[in-house]
Design a binder for this molecule. Structure first.
Ligand SMILES: [Zn+2]
Ligand SMILES: [Zn+2]
Length: 199
């Protein structure tokens, strides 16, 4: 279940966002600190515990704002999420500070992160697009897609999201998935378009 967590930094302000803190939040905090960056935002690509169980530790240490799509917001504070988060070595999440919608912009210093609502894996799944990089959570993996057999999942919706929101981005955009399920840890939009057997 171990996931990828991503720090996106704004050089001018030395502030950064963390996408999907779950496992080993101390390592995430240390990485930001060593680089001289302050974490101002925690962004969850969706409400599953393996992407949110580190929210509490990061927010307690930094007071960062928690951002998640409106449709997955309830999930992070539910009993099931709290229970699984504990099993994963984390804690239940604080409540979100900001509820996201499609096309919202999250501003980190002078860097703008665009929110793309990509339902399918969960109703409130999002991808984050910034400067030729797309962070795809559990919507699109290298050579695969997220599962849709969990509550709220829909393969039809997921494929629509991938085709309409991700495959319409510039082909050279780098795909940074939520898990290391492929042959390489990252890919590009054009490579997935040409080779991903699920899409
Ligand atoms: Zn998930
Ligand atoms: Zn996941």
């Amino acid at each position: 279940m171990e996931n990828f967590a991503y720090l996106i930094g704004d050089e001018a302000s030395q502030t950064c966002a963390i996408i999907d803190p779950a496992f080993d939040p101390r390592k995430i905090l240390a990485t930001a600190q060593t680089s001289g960056y302050t974490i101002t935002h925690v962004i969850n690509t969706h409400g599953h515990s393996d992407h949110t169980s580190g929210n509490a530790a990061i927010i307690e240490a930094t007071n960062a704002l928690l951002c998640i799509h409106r449709a997955d917001a309830d999930q992070v504070t539910r009993l099931l999420n709290r229970t699984i988060s504990r099993i994963l070595g984390g804690k239940g999440s604080p409540s979100p500070s900001r509820l996201l919608e499609d096309n919202d912009i999250i501003t980190i210093g002078k860097t703008q992160l665009q929110v793309l609502h990509t339902p399918g894996h969960t109703p409130g799944s999002i991808c984050i697009y910034a400067d030729g990089n797309i962070f795809t959570g559990d919507t699109l993996f290298v050579g695969a897609v997220g599962r849709t057999d969990l509550p709220g999942g829909s393969m039809q919706q997921l494929l629509k999201s991938v085709h309409e929101k991700i495959y319409t981005l510039p082909g050279g955009a780098i795909v940074w998935p939520g898990h290391d399920y492929g042959e390489s840890p990252s890919s590009t939009v054009s490579f997935e378009k040409q080779t991903n057997p699920f899409t």
